[in-house]
Write a protein that binds this ligand. Structure first.
Ligand code: MEV
Length: 421
């Protein structure tokens, strides 16, 4: 790809945008047709039960991103106006200083095996650890393909928890899932080990399931927003004040993180990944330590520029699940140009940071309502029944007048129709 900075992209018609994306990313004729056809009913019928149709969500492209030195166009599926524009805007402001730099812990997931009814839980814990190598070998035999690609169980952790129904021994399989999200792989392994864990502990196994608190699959992104590019010292200080509230106050942290997830979830969905797994992981990680807090931090560096960082678990895959089945998800992966799940997770974290920065910048300057409402006004115009050629005109008039309502849209529609006649 030459560049993710396509000036005037937002002014193009959807077909012209798709062509511009195809020119940059090498999407072929067949892939282009997938955007038109979407998910066919026969395909949907193979994905879930009791299918009666499909439910469509707008898909847009966030521009301007440079991540680890690479320009990338980012597909985002979301019903919320202003999310894609805000992410693109946040990414534009960090282009001059090199974009986003990322790191990750690698694709390690946890499977939990819960064992109860044990007379000597601490002894049982040690018994499991004594047999660790045997258990790892046995679990890995369940997924030779994963092991062949360098994945598989890497470690076993065991702890005792006290509960109101007595002590429980919880065994964690730490599994390198490579390019899979990993739920199927780790659940299969946990189920396979359960009988041997019962033998070793003389207890009863109940749960054998993945933990969505993927704290060993962490992804981080960092960006330096130059003070002069984002509106000067006042904005830098304002963003830090706003971000600190999210560090110390859970009411604000929930909204702050919701803004991050606006970006994260949109990319997770566009690539056919499990949005609920990533959301559960992010919010659980935000609560580690006992109090729910923000997933990002902002500081001022020696030059007075704003340093933004994010860290969150991102359990996504490129193989298995809808990513390989849904045609639009497949085309989106091609647009992203990623070769591994790890690479995709780094893009997702960068979008989360860009999204959060853009929201905070708007909140500490003009507020989000002006930008948000002008986009929202298009939805209102559509709700009022405006035809495609009138939607933008009505939306612009309502935004300029700051009177955004279905009633006003109908009035304007009637006025415009009269003038047309
Ligand atoms: C709205 O969808 C998201 C925001 O509320 C996020 C935030 O307040 O940081 C704007």
């Amino acid at each position: 790809m030459e560049t993710s900075r396509i000036s005037g992209f937002y002014k193009l018609l959807p077909e012209a945008r798709l062509k511009a994306v195809a020119d940059q990313t090498g999407l072929g004729k067949e892939e282009l047709s997938w955007f038109e056809d979407g998910l066919r009913i026969e395909q949907a019928n193979k994905m879930v039960e009791n299918v009666i149709g499909t439910f469509q969500v707008p898909l847009g492209i966030a521009t301007n991103f440079i991540i680890d030195g690479r320009d990338v166009l980012i597909p985002m599926a979301t019903e919320e106006p202003s999310v894609i524009a805000a992410a693109s805007n946040g990414a534009r402001m960090v282009r001059e200083s090199g974009g986003f730099s990322t790191s990750s812990t690698g694709p390690l997931m946890r499977a939990q095996i819960q064992t109860v009814g044990i007379a000597d839980p601490f002894g049982a814990r040690q018994e499991i650890l004594i047999h660790k190598e045997e258990l790892i070998k046995s679990a890995n035999e369940r997924d030779p393909m994963l092991v062949k690609f360098g994945g598989g169980v890497k470690d076993i952790e065991v702890y005792v928890v006290e509960s109101r129904v007595g002590p429980m021994v919880v065994t964690h399989l730490i599994v390198d899932c490579r390019d899979a999200m990993g739920a199927n792989a780790v659940n299969t392994m946990a189920e396979a080990l359960a009988p041997r864990i019962e033998e070793l502990t003389c207890g009863k196994v109940y749960l054998r399931i993945i933990s969505n608190l993927a704290d060993k699959r962490l992804v981080r992104a960092k960006a330096i927003f130059k003070s002069e590019d984002i509106g000067g010292e006042k904005v830098v200080n304002g963003i830090i004040q706003a971000a600190v509230l999210a560090e110390v106050d859970s009411y604000r942290a929930a909204t702050h993180n919701k803004g991050i997830m606006n970006g994260v979830t949109a990319v997770v969905l566009a690539t056919g990944n499990d949005t609920r797994a990533v959301e559960a992981g992010a919010h659980a990680y935000a609560s580690v330590g006992g109090r729910y807090k923000s997933l990002t931090h902002y500081e001022k560096n020696r030059n007075g520029d704003l340093v933004g960082t994010i860290e969150l678990p991102v359990a996504i895959g490129l193989v298995g699940g809808a990513t390989r089945v849904h045609p639009v998800a497949k085309a989106n992966v091609k647009i992203l140009g990623v070769k591994s799940a790890d690479e995709l997770s780094r893009i997702i974290a960068s979008v989360g940071l860009a999204q959060n920065f853009a929201a905070l910048r708007a909140l500490v300057s003009e507020g989000i309502q002006r930008g948000h409402m002008s986009l929202h006004s298009r939805n209102i115009a559509l709700q009022a029944g405006a035809s495609c050629d009138l939607v933008d005109i009505i939306a612009a008039r309502m935004a300029a007048e700051r009177r955004i309502s279905v009633d006003r849209a109908i009035e304007l529609m009637e006025e415009l129709e009269k003038n047309k006649a």
